[in-house]
Design a protein around this ligand. Sequence first.
Ligand code: PLP
Length: 384
Amino acid sequence: MIEKKILEIIKSIYPSKTNIPLHEPFFDEGDYAIVADTVKSSFVSSVGEHVINFEKNIAEFTNSKMAVVTSNGTSALHVTLYALGVSQEHYVLTQALSFVATSNAIRHCGADPIFIDINKDTLGMCPDSLSSWLDNNAELNDRNECIYKVDGRIIKACLPMHTFGHALQIDKLISVCEQWKLPLIEDSAEALGTNYANQSVGTFGKAGIFSFNGNKIITTGGGGAIITNDEEFGRKIKHLSTTAKILHPYNFYHDEVGFNYRMPNLNAALGVSQLKKLASFLETKREIANYYRSNLENEDVSFVVEPNLCKSNYWLNTIICNDEEQKTNIIEFTNSQGVNTRPAWKPLNTLPMFNNLPKDELSVTEWAYKRIVNLPSSFNGYVR
Ligand SMILES: *Cc1c(COP(=O)(O)O)cnc(C)c1O
């Protein structure tokens, strides 16, 4: 009975909890103090030093030229695609195995997602599938735009996702995208702290985004960030995400329709304090992953481990079951015992708002959806 063994192993590393969540945040005295001080200062909203510092610290941590912090990861994706010029005339290539926000952001711009299959090593977009889908379905026009041959609409960008904190085969994806003149945006929402070839995810494409939602590796309550090495593009994003207001001590002048997507100073304060703990979170996450693997690898399931060249943040530990029945048994049994394991997201191409769009053959996506179980992976409460 593998589900009993899995339950026992999970309970053994979170001994103080009767109900074990999939992922919960961790806060300490430093977090409490900076949030209280920010409230007392009255600078809780659009003005304050923490936003500036948090942006600087994120840029430093990821070794990128610029960071812009936003109200959440979805708004970070939306404003980035918007700044690229994605609109209702366009398609954006993405993956069906992702949180709904990835495709929602494409639709918020009025565009449609096209779903490309993933590979088993990364659970993210497969460079070979991307390349062959484009070979079969796209052409470059005389303005070097990538066109979907069936209806002549422009494919404007590529938006793959670093799944559960494991890095995509990003160098290969970038080279396919370069060949097809497609800017690549990395949905790195789950992957803060993950490196590929010793370089932070989010820094390979035109821009990358992070999420600081309560279930991510660090949290600001709600929050997101865009990082980029293209400072002109970064300034455009900053401008668009802050109501397109021209800076002035008292005058209001906005030169286009912008978004109110800035991160409040109160949330940024928490971010500054949480980011200081990220190195220790990363160490513990790796320890949890090793513990699960060494105690369960002789059982009848396999683990998703960090792919070639990747140093993963191990945000969510993931097992691959033999079949759908085993997956259902594990999830039902552990949840009935107060332990929150969960399946992957239902592939986005099967949701009503995205089910009638051009797509790749999605056999690995379906294979993965039938077999994935995520295990509790919090830093908080972990005892070894
Ligand atoms: C969390 C997440 C986002 C953004 O989420 P927000 O809740 O808006 O911060 C986007 N994409 C993926 C893959 C995510 O996991």
